[in-house]
Design a protein around this ligand. Structure first.
Ligand SMILES: Cc1cc2nc3c(=O)[nH]c(=O)nc-3n(C[C@H](O)[C@H](O)[C@H](O)COP(=O)(O)OP(=O)(O)OC[C@H]3O[C@@H](n4cnc5c(N)ncnc54)[C@H](O)[C@@H]3O)c2cc1C
Length: 384
């Protein structure tokens, strides 16, 4: 009987194992407990997919992998994912922003339902340190032992030991953090923990709208995550412009209508006071609306609506996903099998695929996991 090894029991590896026929001998390897990485997703609620049912819209949410995923999602898309979850006892609901969660709001519950589906598989709690392509299969060396399998799926995620994959002949697109906070120069330590709603950030002529949270060394929040994703492959430093107010404001009219209000109080109706005080610290904030000269008006506009920041890096350990991984042109997107090594498959974030926030990264795991599992069934059944 042919044997299958799944290296990495995260969402992608488990989805793959679940979809391999039950009469096939499947062994999952993980250096950790299976599906540990699912637990923090969606803040513990597991935002497992998104209601982008139209494939053309869906693939636009992947700054890396858009073209590759078109065919993947045609085979196993959002509706297939919802049906699959329902079939294993996970009912879901959709938030206003399109994000889909389990009704239980519990990643732990999703994990348990998945584990029930793989309890027929073998599980080896060891770290794989090398995989060698030998006659009729692969020799897998772990930190404890050596094994032989005919077919291997690598689903080791974004924190993979990519050397193992390079040694099999594959090209690795350099991994870098995505969906993360950014380090700014200057940074505003005094504003740490302060958030500003609905800002507009502009970078390379693209706008990102959303809330910003100041950190000890920079900025984070939904709009920054999206920016960090699109800019993941760019070199640092790069410049961004922040409009903290993101409204068309006739400042002169505003000052005229508030002739005896201080600049501080006028601006504080638009922004948190702490932001006003910190950002405009070089301007006399006690000045009244009727005395604000055009030079000061210009400074206010520049600081609050057209403020240029240098982005010098990503915040340490802040990434949610990794951009980079196994080069997509070396993988067949109809089967997820390597184009270079027969019987070697890939699934999930180990591939050079990463999506925006909203359930897209897990969707990549469900779809590539499903396709690799099904492709292995077809291959083994052909040989029977
Ligand atoms: C805090 C946080 C929240 C997130 N929330 C969401 C969300 O709500 N929605 C969403 O879509 N995405 C979310 N993501 C992203 C999502 O979790 C990942 O994209 C997804 O887990 C990737 O799955 P994977 O199976 O490809 O890899 P992983 O989840 O990284 O799993 C890989 C597995 O392989 C094992 N492994 C690695 N190397 C070896 C080795 N050499 N030997 C043995 N085992 C090995 C690891 O221990 C791990 O269990 C979140 C990520 C984080 C960090």
């Amino acid at each position: 009987m042919l044997s299958v090894a799944v290296i990495g029991a995260g969402p992608a590896g488990c989805m793959s194992a679940i979809n391999i026929d039950k009469d096939i001998d499947v062994t999952l390897f993980d250096k950790n407990i299976p599906l540990k990485t699912l637990l923090p997703t969606g803040g513990g609620r597991c935002n497992f997919t998104h209601d982008s049912f139209d494939i053309k819209d869906l693939v636009k949410n992947y700054p890396r992998g858009e073209k590759f995923l078109y065919s993947v999602f045609s085979k196993f898309g959002i509706q297939n994912t919802l049906d699959f979850f329902e079939s294993i006892g996970i009912k879901s609901y959709t938030q206003d922003n399109g994000r889909i969660f389990p009704v239980s709001n519990s990643a732990k519950d999703v994990r348990e339902k998945f584990l029930q589906q793989i309890n027929h598989c073998n599980f080896i709690h060891e770290e794989v340190i090398s995989i060698e392509n030998i006659e009729n299969g692969f020799s897998i060396k772990t930190n404890k032992s050596k094994y032989f399998f005919n077919i291997v799926i690598i689903s080791t995620g974004g924190k993979s030991n990519y050397k193992i994959i390079e040694n099999l002949g594959h090209t690795i697109i350099e991994p870098c953090p995505s969906l993360c906070g950014l380090v700014t120069t200057p940074h505003f330590t005094n504003l740490q923990g302060v958030s500003v709603r609905n800002c507009k950030i502009t970078c390379n002529r693209k706008n990102y709208i959303g809330d910003i949270l100041f950190t000890n060394d920079g900025i984070t929040g939904p709009a920054i995550f999206e920016l960090s994703s699109y800019m993941a492959r760019e070199n640092f430093p790069y410049k961004i412009t922040i409009d903290f107010i993101n409204q068309d404001i006739d400042w002169q009219d505003l000052f005229n209508k508030n002739p005896h209000k201080s600049l501080k109080n006028i601006v504080s109706e638009l922004l948190p006071k702490s932001i006003t005080v910190e950002l405009l610290k070089n301007i006399d904030l006690s000045i009244e609306g009727c005395n604000i000269k055009s030079e000061i008006k210009k400074d206010v506009i520049k600081t609050l609506q057209n403020n240029v920041f240098n982005i010098t890096g990503t915040r340490k350990n802040g990434e949610t996903v990794t951009s980079g991984g196994v080069k997509l042109s070396e993988v067949d997107n109809k089967t997820m099998m390597s184009k270079l090594v027969d019987n070697l498959y890939f699934a999930g974030e180990v591939l050079d695929i990463d999506g925006l926030c909203g359930g897209f990264n897990l969707q990549n795991c469900w779809s590539t996991g499903y396709i690799s599992g099904q492709a292995i069934n077809s291959k083994i059944n052909l040989k029977k």
